[in-house]
Design a protein around this ligand. Structure first.
Ligand SMILES: [Zn+2]
Length: 141
């Protein structure tokens, strides 16, 4: 028999754990207040993007998370694979046939850019969390 939901909520509230909010800064090596980007030292008000490095998890602002090299490298690899497959599917006949209409000059780069953006967006949304000092409700996770 499972315990009532209210008991679980009370236990989580007592430990500081709340749904929709990650208090990862508490008990971690990062300062609880104020939360700052570990790269550019910009103050992070509510949203933090956690990136994993050799030193552990690091808080980043959106700009620093998007330009984080491992994220960019992974997205680039995905873009190369998916973009090549999509280009072959959509434009392969033209390319193999020796034709190269000028429209391909923008279609092919876009075919690579879309999976790059999708992979980066997925990584960023997955890394998104809240700071311990953020109030309010909702948000990711
Ligand atoms: Zn930053």
């Amino acid at each position: 028999m499972s315990q009532p939901a209210s008991v679980g909520l009370a236990a989580r509230a007592a430990t500081g754990e709340r749904k929709g909010r990650v208090d990862y800064l508490v008990g971690n090596e990062l300062p609880a207040r104020p939360a700052v980007c570990t790269r550019c030292r910009r103050r992070l008000n509510e949203v933090v993007y956690e990136v994993r490095s050799q030193e552990g998890r690091r808080a980043r602002c959106l700009r620093c998370a998007v330009t984080y090299r491992p994220v960019m490298a992974t997205s680039l690899g995905i873009a190369l694979i998916v973009g090549t497959i999509l280009t072959a599917i959509n434009q392969g006949q033209l390319i193999v046939g020796g034709e190269f209409p000028m429209a391909l000059a923008w279609k092919i780069p876009l075919t690579y850019a879309v999976p790059y953006c999708v992979a980066t967006t997925g990584a960023i949304l997955n890394a998104r969390t809240k700071t311990a000092n953020s109030g309010g409700k909702g948000g990711q996770r």
